[in-house]
Design a protein around this ligand. Sequence first.
Ligand SMILES: Nc1ncnc2c1ncn2[C@@H]1O[C@H](COP(=O)(O)OP(=O)(O)OP(=O)(O)O)[C@@H](O)[C@H]1O
Ligand SMILES: [Mg+2]
Length: 228
Amino acid sequence: ELIEEAFEELEKLEDSAEKEEIITILEDVKTNLSKVNEHGTRANGIVTSMLQHSRGGDGKMEPTDLNALLKEYVNLSFHGMRAGKNPINVDIDLQLEEGVGKVNLITEDFSRVIVNLCNNAFDAMREKTLQGSDSYQPKLTVRTKSEGNQVRIEVEDNGPGIPDEIKDKILQPFFTTKKGTEGTGLGLSITNDIIKAHGGTIEIQTNRNQGSPSEKTGTVFFISIPVN
Ligand SMILES: Nc1ncnc2c1ncn2[C@@H]1O[C@H](COP(=O)(O)OP(=O)(O)OP(=O)(O)O)[C@@H](O)[C@H]1O
Ligand SMILES: [Mg+2]
């Protein structure tokens, strides 16, 4: 605002070389300020995530209709992606086993897990879209299966897959391959912590293109949660 005021004051002055110079300097100050602002916003986002991350123990475990929760949050993530920057077309395939029933979950935490995994899948498939094969149709498949005293959730995308060199790092806090302000790298680390807090496990299976373009690529996140 001060800068805008300074500009207005300047307008009243007669044109001169000095005036031009002052304007150039003010323009510089203005861009720098907006950069400071951008990085401040990013830092704020990180801190907010960390606070949510560390907010321990106030969520309650409650018997939750897992299939209904998945439907709701896969949808939420999908519509968020469609309304956001660079939307892509995605087939969504929900293969939800009826018998899964109610599972003890901290609903607000577990809904974050679903959204994080779906958002990652959409980002990955967008990447693959940009690689430009016309026949590529992004597809997200979400499955539930009950297996003894465990329930299994699978989130599968047909994106580019995850390179071997980074596969072991993606669960670490702040690890991201996304540029600028696009990713904090906290998504999977938070996801992993939430699953552990439910007594569950997360496993990753991924397939990269090893040369032949016809090879299928993609990533599956397998989550197991105990039911009792
Ligand atoms: N389904 C996926 N396919 C390919 N790569 C993935 C997939 N999911 C995660 N990754 C890789 O793992 C990295 C870490 O993911 P994570 O969700 O922790 O952070 P992010 O998505 O980069 O940022 P944030 O979730 O904070 O917005 C990503 O940057 C990406 O490189
Ligand atoms: Mg993420």
